[in-house]
Design a binder for this molecule. Structure first.
Ligand SMILES: [Zn+2]
Length: 406
């Protein structure tokens, strides 16, 4: 895709991504996928960690272009999609400078759904949602038969029971490698941290600058440092990514990242990635399930989120017919696929038998600026978010992987 892609071009569904180590494949994903980042970095610091999905961490290191180092910092900027960044690059002088390197001039693919819960599982374990069991913002909790919300693990299984893959952090720590996380104090033992990012020594700071400095300080010793930055996603949801507030947040984060480079010991590898991008929702293109009684028949739960809905059915035999009905009603707003389509195309990667039951029977991936909401169960605020993500469009699922050396 060229530099000046239009929003229309960026909000069609990207080709299906796939999981694996291939570096020369025409397929989207493979080595150039969010799941490759931590395995590749583990190889770069001399402690390669293979995962259930990635058997060749050294191959990934080479493909992504990471030098051998003793200390690495990986920064995850929540919600900073590759194209969101490219289209506002003038406001990010430090990040813009990184694009002069040819290696940084290509996006990686995030997972489907392009949402924090699923992507953190994929990032933290170097595997896929079919193995982590984290398949959406909300998904079925098989123990209760009701929805669970995986940002806070509300009404969910215990994080360690749901997500059973070893994290890269815990595998490294077990090998005696220093692993440090720098983030908000409240996330130190959150459900999401316990599920996807367990195993590090966590340093909590309320002040953003203190979090940057703590990461730079930790990097003085060999090993891996993880820094999480939340603002871009938060502002993207509440104000929309095309807003002045979002640009201001980008400017702040860019300055923070420049500080990180300045304060880090010479020779520290810095890798800046994201979990997903952001789409501006059009309230005129909002499809409210509550207003379509004819579609509600046979649907027991509506999970996922407005850009990536999962429908659970009471009669699985009706899946194909129901999917057809929904596709007809939604028209060009979304692509409707059955669970079988999703599994057959490897969109969740290898799927553990244990995980199958949490996955919806029907997947609705929104296109353009559309959202699919349900005002029976979602709050006014959730329904009206100006910024959303979760679907398989380029804007949501292309992420940066920017490499720098302090
Ligand atoms: Zn978000």
């Amino acid at each position: 895709m060229h530099d000046f892609a239009s929003i229309d071009e960026l909000t069609v569904l990207a080709p299906n991504g796939s999981y694996g180590d291939k570096t020369d494949s025409a397929q989207r994903g493979q080595a150039f996928h969010l799941s490759s980042v931590l395995p590749a970095i583990s190889a770069a610091i001399g402690h390669p960690v293979a995962t259930a999905v990635h058997k060749d961490p050294q191959g990934l290191q080479k493909a992504i272009g990471l030098p051998d180092v003793t200390s690495a910092i990986v920064v995850l900027v929540d919600g900073l999609g590759y194209w969101n960044l490219r289209l506002r690059l003038g406001h990010a002088p430090y990040l813009r400078s990184l694009f002069q390197d040819e290696n940084n001039n290509r996006p990686l693919a995030s997972c489907l759904p392009s949402t924090t819960t699923a992507a953190m599982g994929v990032f933290g374990t170097g595997t896929c949602p079919g193995l982590t069991g984290m398949t959406g913002y909300t998904q079925l909790n098989p123990d209760t038969g009701d929805l669970s919300q995986l940002i806070q693990f509300r009404d969910a299984q215990e994080p360690e029971d749901l997500q059973q893959q070893p994290t890269i952090f815990e595998t490294l720590a077990r090998q005696g490698v220093r692993v440090t996380s720098s983030g908000l104090p409240k996330f130190a033992n959150s459900g999401l941290t316990r599920a996807a990012l367990r195993g590090s020594h966590y340093i909590g700071n309320k002040d953003p600058r203190a979090r940057i400095l703590a990461a730079a300080q930790a990097a003085q010793k060999p090993g891996l440092t993880y820094l999480y930055i939340r603002d871009i996603d938060k502002v993207g949801h509440t104000a929309g990514w095309e807003s002045d507030e979002w640009v201001a947040a980008l400017e702040r984060v860019d300055a923070q990242l420049a500080t990180l480079k300045r304060e880090s010991p010479k020779g520290t590898l810095i890798v800046i990635v994201s979990d997903h991008g952001m789409v501006a929702a059009d309230s005129n293109d909002r499809f409210d399930i509550a207003e379509h009684e004819e579609l509600q028949h046979g649907i027991t739960l509506v999970g996922g989120e407005p850009r990536q809905v999962m429908l659970y059915l009471d009669d699985v035999e009706q899946t194909a017919r129901t999917a057809e009905r929904w596709q007809e009603a939604l028209g060009e707003r979304a692509v409707v696929r059955t669970r079988q389509d999703i599994l057959d195309n490897g969109l969740l990667g290898t799927v553990d038998g244990r995980i199958k039951s949490v996955i919806g029977h029907i997947f609705i991936s929104a296109c353009g600026a559309a959202t699919v909401v349900d005002s029976r169960i979602q709050s006014e605020q959730e329904i009206n978010l100006p910024g959303v993500h979760g679907s398989q469009t380029y804007l949501e699922s292309d992420i940066p992987c920017l490499i720098d050396l302090a």
